[in-house]
Unconditional design. Structure first.
Length: 624
């Protein structure tokens, strides 16, 4: 402790940057008055991230920290995913967005109520420094949302300083884009990947966003009457998922003459290398970055899939592709697929997601087939098929993935898995399907190789996943045991819950999703799992489990409210009405006042653990 206190304030503030909000407060708040003051200074210039805090940590922040620094915070992240009810509680305590007068960036994740989202955005109109808005995910539980949806979009377009707008979390009809009636003179970067639109609605969007330079969008255009009405000179970068006709694609590209970056995924539209060469040569004279991914189906083509692929690749082997631009493409396909699906993409592979089938074959236009097998851009890997022998076979896949953040695979897998995934250092989320008990041995091996693994979802074809709790992982904090592979849920008994509570994984678990047999098990889990901050569950003896109630309260919710402290937040899941969420408040005792300089034993131990972890991190960094 003495060594830490001898460090200059500047070095301590640098140290704070390695912690998220919850861990930072847990490690340093209450040690002494100096650390408390440094925490205030830190949050004045860094993001206040509330997406993963416990209920008691949120109470500390809202009562002790936020009132003192609210007018200096530059970045704020609110969520209902791991903190259900937090955005509503945040507003109810008087922290309206107009009070964050220096706010530059606002991120909203998994907001459950359109009314809450509308209130937050409406309050942002008073913020003169707000440049970045991210609505990352939105779980709508409102049936009548038309008026608020229209007002929401117009309020966003009314924000005078907003330049970067990510609305990928909104999943609404394109009709709402046509309802925008406010011209934004500030928005330059816009992402609306989950609002499918046609070219007519896209024209309307450009009309009311005249300075737009970069756009991420999903377009479906099949009608002959669907087209862009004007040339869009402002667009320099376009990332698009496109389904439609040749004519529509032609119309789109010929009206964007200043494109320097085009990242395009096409669905069921056959555009060979000659057609793409024509588009680029005729319309895209300023293009510097071109990344293509095409999903094609040829089940009505009587030719063999190998011949189809050879003809397609020939069109990408002209001097335009191989010499002038050095743009190479690769196909992969499953020779036993009756639908003859083909995926073609440019190299190197520059898309975030990659789906694979056990029997995938590949062929490319590279001079050397050994080139371009590092797929480091891929963050999300999913396995595309379930084989009869339940074995993931990676022998036909030559690609290597070293930057995977989310992995979805079948267990068991063959030995070539480790050739394809030589590093799991960045893995944060894992979704596995268990078919054999031997799969748990492989799962432990993955745990050992994944130091940053935070979230685990397990679905078993055997029985309940109780064998999981014989395994260990130092990093896993979120576990999802809700099994959707069966027509009925698998409910964990009291004995199962006892095993979970006394396991290493159970003791460190912070978020648990589970189906349980008896309601008393709910109380056991909350009381005995000391690190648990969110419990998401379905209970077999919930009398209203199979009924559709619009009310947020049912008999089980009321039963819980009677037996748990009122400081807990108990809500029904907005999408799955059978699920109930308890955001747990473990009231923190013995928190030192701001002017206290004393240290207790538990604070010394807590800080010692922090320093040990920090030292190990830097030792590992230096050796690498």
């Amino acid at each position: 402790m003495a060594q830490l206190e001898s460090l200059a304030n500047e070095l301590l503030l640098d140290l704070f940057e390695f912690f998220d909000t919850a861990n930072l407060l847990q490690a340093f708040y209450g040690l002494n008055s100096r650390f408390n003051e440094l925490l205030y200074s830190h949050f004045q210039v860094h993001q206040l991230d509330l997406k993963s805090v416990s209920k008691e940590t949120f109470d500390i922040i809202s009562k002790k920290f936020l009132p003192l620094i609210i007018n200096q915070i530059i970045s704020l992240h609110l969520s209902s995913d791991e903190t259900p009810g937090l955005p509503e509680l945040f507003l109810s305590r008087g922290f309206t967005l107009n009070r964050f007068i220096c706010l530059q960036s606002l991120s909203l994740y998994n907001i459950n109520h359109l009314d809450t989202l509308y209130k937050i955005i409406y309050q942002c109109r008073y913020l003169s420094h707000l440049t970045h808005l991210n609505i990352i995910k939105y779980d709508d539980d409102d049936e009548d949302k038309q008026e608020n949806t229209l007002d929401l979009l117009n309020n966003i377009w009314s924000l005078l300083t907003l330049t970067h707008c990510n609305l990928n979390g909104l999943q609404i009809d394109e009709i709402w884009l046509l309802s925008i009636s406010i011209i934004s003179l500030s928005i330059e970067y816009l992402s609306i990947e989950n609002i499918p639109c046609n070219l007519n609605s896209l024209s309307h969007l450009f009309k009311f966003t005249p300075y737009l330079q970069q756009l991420c969008v999903t377009v479906y255009s099949y009608s002959r009457n669907d087209h862009l009405t004007n040339i869009i000179h402002s667009i320099k970068s376009l990332k698009i998922c496109f389904g439609g006709s040749y004519q529509s694609m032609n119309n789109l590209l010929e009206n964007m003459p200043n494109l320097s970056c085009l990242i395009v995924t096409t669905l069921q539209i056959y555009l060979d290398g000659n057609i793409w060469q024509q588009f680029i040569s005729n319309y895209l004279s300023k293009i510097k970055i071109f990344q293509l991914k095409m999903e094609l189906e040829f089940r009505d083509n009587n030719d063999s899939i190998e011949n189809i692929i050879d003809k397609l690749l020939i069109s990408f082997r002209t001097s335009f592709w191989l010499e002038e631009h050095q743009w190479y493409v690769r196909c992969h396909w499953n020779p036993s697929d009756p639908y003859k699906w083909i995926t073609l993409y440019t190299l190197p592979y520059n898309f975030d997601t990659f789906d694979y089938s056990n029997k995938s074959c590949t062929k490319s236009t590279c001079y050397d087939e050994r080139q371009y097998w590092l797929y480091d851009r891929v963050k999300i890997y999913g396995h595309g098929s379930i084989e009869n022998n339940f074995l993931d076979n990676f022998s036909l896949l030559r690609a290597r993935f070293r930057n995977i953040h989310h992995l979805q695979i079948n267990l068991s897998f063959d030995d070539t898995f480790w050739l394809r995934f030589p590093s799991l250092n960045h893995l944060k989320s894992l979704h596995v399907y268990i078919y054999k008990y031997s799969g748990y041995c492989q799962l432990q091996t993955i745990f050992n190789q994944a130091p940053c693994l935070y979230s685990l979802k397990i679905q078993s074809f055997i029985d309940s996943s109780i064998k999981l709790f014989e395994l260990t992982s130092k990093s896993i904090r979120r576990i999802d045991l809700i099994n959707t592979l069966y027509d009925r849920s698998i409910y964990y008994t009291r004995e199962n819950c006892f095993i979970i509570m006394n396991s290493i994984l159970g003791k460190q678990c912070e978020i648990l999703s589970i189906c349980i047999k008896y309601r008393t098990n709910i109380l056991d889990l909350i009381q005995q799992m000391s690190n648990l901050r969110l419990l998401i569950f379905e209970c077999e003896d919930d009398k209203e489990i199979f009924r559709n109630f619009s009310s947020s309260k049912n008999e089980l919710v009321q039963w819980l409210e009677y037996r748990l402290s009122s400081t807990h937040i108990i809500t029904k899941h907005p999408k799955q009405q059978s699920l109930i969420r308890v955001w747990i408040n473990r009231e923190m005792k013995n928190i030192l006042p701001l002017n206290s300089c004393s240290l207790r034993t538990k604070h010394r131990n807590r800080l010692s653990n922090v320093l040990t972890s920090f030292r190990q991190y830097f030792n590992k960094t230096m050796t690498n």
